[in-house]
Design a protein around this ligand. Structure first.
Ligand code: SF4
Ligand code: SF4
Length: 293
């Protein structure tokens, strides 16, 4: 089984469009949408949810008001200032702010009354879905919730397991933007990483950052320049930077207004964009990518 991860360093470069096209061509790859903070692959692949589960991000402390004697031990030892004293019906007791609680468990350990319980904190959901091109594993984290790296790792794990169970030979991963913990989780175990970049000054900077990150893990990378014809000079800079890193370029895709208009209509307009020049160019990059695998 091979694993291709597509990243971009930032959102809006066309990474998800590229992945959706690859999923169509591969037709039986397992697709993992690892952009768990702001997923959008579902708009192109129209998944039909077959299974959904809550995602437990971490633990959180919960005070039993009947047991708490307001001794103050927990409040003085919480390093995250998550505990305060409140008064309810004339009785003072400890109260935990769940937005500050990191679930470290210190308060539960020190409470002499055994008044604090550590409970699971559900911060999102993950899904196994059917698409017209194969199984898709995806997830959604609650706004502002932490643990996105953990959820990304879980989505990837489920995708690989599904591929193994289904006999699929390819896992296609839509990576999150940026270079933080979720991206590192998405890169882990990849056979090759495709970096989709736009020919802009910030695009070049993002390309360098994500190439440095993947290079640090010694993962093979390839460059795909999207909207390459919008700025020949910056496209040349991207290609030069890739050459310096001995990174192959699997193709340059042109800006295509027809594709943009069709994509805006979502999965229902799939037939409309099949003949768009940019889609044909993206298809050629897939052939080049398989050559590198
Ligand atoms: S679990 Fe840790 S962070 Fe949360 S309230 Fe208790 S001591 Fe503070
Ligand atoms: S340590 Fe226990 S009894 Fe003391 S204030 Fe905290 S919850 Fe209440």
């Amino acid at each position: 089984m091979k694993e291709i991860v597509i990243v971009s360093g930032k959102g809006g470069t066309g990474k998800t469009t590229v992945l959706a096209r690859y999923a169509e061509i591969a037709n039986n790859a397992v697709v993992a949408d690892c952009d768990v903070d702001a997923p959008n692959l579902h708009m192109l692949l129209n998944p039909r949810i077959a299974h959904r589960e809550a995602f437990v991000g971490s633990k959180m402390g919960v005070v039993d008001p009947d047991k708490c004697t307001n001794c103050g031990k927990c409040e003085s030892l919480c390093r995250f200032d998550a505990i305060s004293t409140i008064e309810v019906d004339g009785r003072k007791r400890a109260d935990i702010d769940i937005d500050r609680c990191e679930g470290c468990g210190v308060c539960a350990r020190v409470c002499p009354e055994d008044a604090i319980d550590l409970r699971d904190r559900i911060v999102g959901e993950w899904f196994i879905s059917d698409t017209n091109y194969g199984t898709m594993i995806h997830a959604l984290l609650e706004p502002g919730a932490e643990n996105s790296g953990k959820l990304v790792a879980m989505v990837k794990h489920k995708a690989k397991k599904t591929a193994k169970d289904n006999g699929a030979e390819l896992v296609l991963v839509d990576g999150p933007p940026g270079i933080g913990c979720p991206v590192i989780a998405a890169l882990a175990g990849a056979n090759i990483v495709v970096i989709v970049s736009e020919p802009t000054v910030s695009g070049l900077s993002d390309f360098r950052r994500v190439a440095d990150l993947a290079g640090g893990f010694k993962i093979k990378c390839a460059l795909l320049v999207n909207k390459a014809d919008l700025n020949d000079e910056m496209t040349a800079s991207l290609l030069e930077e890739a050459t310096k890193r001995e990174m192959p370029c699997i193709g340059r895709v042109s800006y295509d207004e027809g594709l943009m208009a069709a994509m805006a209509k979502g999965a229902d307009a799939a037939a409309e964009y099949q003949d768009c020049p940019a889609i044909i160019e993206i298809s050629k990059t897939y052939d080049a990518l398989l050559g590198l695998l």
